[in-house]
Design a protein around this ligand. Structure first.
Ligand SMILES: Cc1ncc(COP(=O)(O)O)c(C=O)c1O
Length: 374
């Protein structure tokens, strides 16, 4: 499968060998336990440890994360379950962990937890590879690129090289890019982590996360953690996720193309400030993004004059839901400062581009901006 294109890989990812009279993608297996006599040896024993529906999905994600390679993927009940599985299972009292200070807004909660366990946490911004300065003595480096919501990008290869030289493992939160946009393991990272609630599944109807590693020992640690905390996805969610992966390339290509068109349109407007899109030539992230990304994501961010203008804009949109999250087929946008967790201005908009016709979406945005400015 390694020589095929992304679309071909996506539609077949993780499917079992064809069997007469069996479906292409077997349905969800609802089981708390499996028939098991004698020694309790797998593959399927108890439902908190393994499930055939996860196995198919984990193979599929692995094929997208590292085409043609043997990797281990572990699926979780949510992105945060996957994030915590790496950060909390790998660290011990006295360890040093380097986090971004501009990452997903729940990361500071994990930081608090790490510090409560006696872990030293250092933070630096994603842009400018600022985390490079903090690696001496570190055990784990956590990268989020592009960062959410600021859309800054750091040089994964350079950070991995420095972290490994310092003896630290590297995890990349790849939520925004998805494996079709960026393959962290190819860039040298030890863990590729994502919230699959977003672009990976793309329908805005399930929460899910995953961790993929090359090193079987690292995978075993992550799996052990899942068993300990029980942060497992339901079989229905896992099956829906697998079904959604078949359209990943179609969705992501459409969303990325429209996101660039939206960014280009916004760049010509005087009422839009601090526009960010990593795929926009001229964006501060672009030079690094083109070297390590294959698609630039569905999220565009920008700043409007103030809170009231931003709220008028959001209320004026007809084709875009005022909602959080991103990566879905239906465009969403939100005034990010309403949550209070990100260092962004009151008028900061995080806009997630969906699969609508580009001309309809761009017209809707232009009209809502014109009306909000009045
Ligand atoms: C970059 C990033 N990582 C992790 C998460 C957490 O994912 P979940 O909401 O699926 O737990 C999110 C959620 O928005 C995210 O944006």
């Amino acid at each position: 499968m390694s020589t095929t294109g992304d679309g071909t890989r996506a539609v077949r990812a993780g499917l079992p060998e064809p069997e007469q009279y069996e479906p292409t993608l077997p349905g969800p297996v609802f089981a708390a336990h499996f028939h098991l006599s004698g020694e309790p040896v797998g593959p399927y024993t108890y439902g908190r440890e393994t499930n055939p529906t996860w196995t198919h999905l984990e193979r599929a994600i692995g094929e997208l994360e590292a085409p043609g390679e043997q990797v281990g993927t572990t699926v979780f009940a949510s992105g945060m379950a996957a994030v915590s599985a790496v950060l909390l299972s790998r660290t011990r009292m006295g360890d040093v962990v380097v986090l971004p200070d501009d990452g997903y807004q729940a990361l500071p909660l994990v930081r608090e937890q790490l510090e409560a366990y006696g872990v030293e946490v250092r933070t630096a911004p994603t842009g400018g590879n600022a985390q490079l300065e903090l690696l001496a003595g570190a055990k784990l480096l956590w990268i989020e690129t592009p960062s959410n919501p600021g859309l800054d990008v750091c040089d994964v290869r350079a950070l991995v090289e420095a972290a490994h030289a310092a003896g630290a493992l590297v995890a990349v939160d790849n939520t925004l890019a998805t494996p079709l946009g960026q393959r962290p393991l190819e860039l040298g990272a030890d863990f590729s982590v994502a919230s699959d609630t977003k672009g990976m599944t793309g329908h805005g109807d399930i929460l899910l996360g995953h961790v993929t590693c090359r090193d079987p020992e690292l995978t075993a640690g992550v799996r052990r953690w899942r068993k300990v905390v029980g942060a497992i996805p339901g079989p229905m969610e896992a099956w829906l996720a697998h079904r959604s992966l078949a359209t990943l390339q179609l969705r992501i290509d459409r969303q990325c193309t429209t996101a660039l068109a939206l960014a280009e349109a916004l760049s010509g407007r005087t009422d839009v400030a601090a526009l960010r899109y990593p795929g926009l030539p001229g964006d501060a992230s672009y030079p690094t993004a083109v070297r390590q990304m294959r698609r630039f994501g569905s999220v565009v961010s920008f700043v409007l004059a103030d809170e009231a203008t931003a709220e008028r804009f959001l209320a004026g949109l007809r084709l875009v839901d005022d909602a959080t999250s991103f990566g879905g087929l239906r465009s969403t946008a939100e005034r990010r400062a309403r949550w209070g967790g990100d260092a962004v201005p009151e008028g900061f908009i995080r806009f997630s581009v969906g699969a609508e016709d580009p001309e309809d979406l761009l017209a809707d945005v232009a009209r809502a901006l014109d009306e909000a400015a009045r």
